[in-house]
Design a protein. Structure first.
Length: 256
């Protein structure tokens, strides 16, 4: 197989993406805030927005293009948090890998993987089934975290071996350096329809007068399958000249 979704906003706009927003200006193509060439996605929420998908969000997804449970999948994202971001206690997810719950499962559970902002920190959160035949969720908070960085683009690559048994594995790169690496853990649910990425801004508890709006910029998502065994191979197929730099993963919680 190969690249399964080529969703760079500068090249393809929002072609192929599903959209969820409760704000008429929630998902727009705008000039790169750093002044670089090409359009990017501005995901925006404001206090008083209507619900979208049962919650408060402005997100796009590749709902129809999914990775199967038991497979390996690659994901490239690039995100920009503006300097006027106000830290607060309400979690804001900026990208995630979601799934589709089987009939009878708890559809309100957390997604298998989230990149979210918690106060003045950015962190990764994992969720999975408690057992091989039981989709009752178990959550692992803050697999990795770093101080929130604003005013510049950050590149993310996730390689996931999705498995609801102990065959799961995750590797994460930030700006070409591996910051997290684990294997031998459950990292998803036992669901038939598989997993798909979402990006934008999602604040499930909604906004407040103290933080009346949220805006995050994105360059899109590119996904690949098990045709690629290395970071360099996936990035080349994704149309990038980026090559892997020395890992900064230490095995500790925070590797920023």
């Amino acid at each position: 197989m190969t690249i399964t979704f080529a969703g760079r906003i500068a090249s393809n706009g929002l072609t192929g993406y599903g959209q969820e927003t409760g704000n008429v200006a929630g998902l727009t193509l705008v000039a790169d805030p750093t002044g670089a060439a090409g359009n990017v996605l501005r995901a925006h929420m404001a206090q008083g927005d209507a619900l979208a998908g049962g919650s408060y969000r402005s997100e796009v997804s590749t709902y129809s293009i999914r990775a199967a449970i038991g497979s390996r999948a690659w994901y490239w994202f690039e995100t920009y948090i503006p300097d006027d971001w106000i830290p607060d206690s309400k979690l804001a997810t900026i990208w995630q890998v979601h799934d589709i719950a089987d009939g009878g499962d708890n559809s309100a559970r957390k997604p298998p993987f989230e990149c979210l902002i918690d106060g003045s920190e950015l962190e990764f959160v994992s969720a999975a089934a408690t057992g091989d035949a039981d989709d009752t969720p178990v959550y692992r908070e803050a697999l990795w975290k770093m101080p929130l960085v604003t005013g510049r683009w950050i590149k993310w690559v996730l390689r996931a071996d999705w498995n609801y048994t102990t065959g799961g594995a995750l590797r994460i790169w930030r700006d070409r350096r591996m910051v997290y690496n684990e294997s031998g853990f459950r990292n998803c649910y036992n669901d038939v329809l598989g997993l798909y990425p979402k990006l934008g801004v999602y604040v499930p508890l909604g906004l407040s007068a103290a933080t009346p709006s949220r805006t995050v910029y994105h360059k899109g998502v590119v996904t690949g399958d098990n045709a690629y065994s290395t970071f360099d191979a996936f990035m080349a197929a994704a149309g990038s000249t980026d090559t892997e730099l020395e890992s900064v993963f230490t095995g500790a919680l925070a590797a920023a």
